[in-house]
Design a protein around this ligand. Sequence first.
Ligand code: PXL
Length: 280
Amino acid sequence: MKRIVTVQDISCVGKCSLTVALPVISACGVETAVIPTAVLSAHTAFPQFTFRDLTDEIAPIMESWKAQNIGFDAIYTGYLGSERQIALMERFFSEFRPKDGLIFVDPVMADNGRMYTGFTPEFADRMARLCAVADIIIPNLSEACFMLHRPFLSGGYSEDDIKAVLKELTELGAKTAVLTGVSFTPGEIGVAAYDSRTKAYFTYFTEKIPQSFHGTGDVFSSACLGALMRGLTLPNALKAAANFTVAAIKETVKNPEHNWYGVDFEAALPVLLRELEANR
Ligand code: PXL
């Protein structure tokens, strides 16, 4: 069984970061170790939340694992709370870089053209440097624009614009860039990806559900990494993750009393498992 480690916060309520990554990647049949970067009572879109920073735990955890020769097939970073945590991840990557494995960075910091509470342009610049040492980076359009110092592309952009953003993202240093939240046609949303080594460009679109929810980026990234670890090609992993994410949103909106804060991905896990089987 493949073993990955994911580094992100645990928001006790809210269905994002670790409370998504653990169940989704485990459901893919992949062992999922964690480094929690912070404990929040709820994610930062809640009007009120507690926040306990765990940065001081990261180096001791790394040293203890090193001493016991614990290694991973992939490292997946999500929400990181500070520039210091990013610096620790650079050290983590250099000491634990998996042989033939994958460093997968989701530069979580923004959506819909706005940074989440607590993030700054300096953080975006620092995150861009972490992206430089990743194999795959998976920002949404807002995060990509912040890291590239581009005005936010909120619509009305062309496929050439998206190709230019992807190329610039790989020029940061990452081998492959995946952009989420891309839409060229009303009613459709999806993903575009570019592999700088093979020059392969790939897109995949699903129907766009009008509501938007927190945590869908984490659902998408976790499913994509789980699928890659199960041996799917990147295009098939992206397709599986997109179909799973749209199924999770549909499960959520089916219930008129649905939560506002996250998606019912739990009910869509069978869709993900079928995608893994079908694309093996
Ligand atoms: O889903 C991204 C995310 C992760 N972790 C925390 C967040 C958010 C988005 O707001 O607040 C704590």
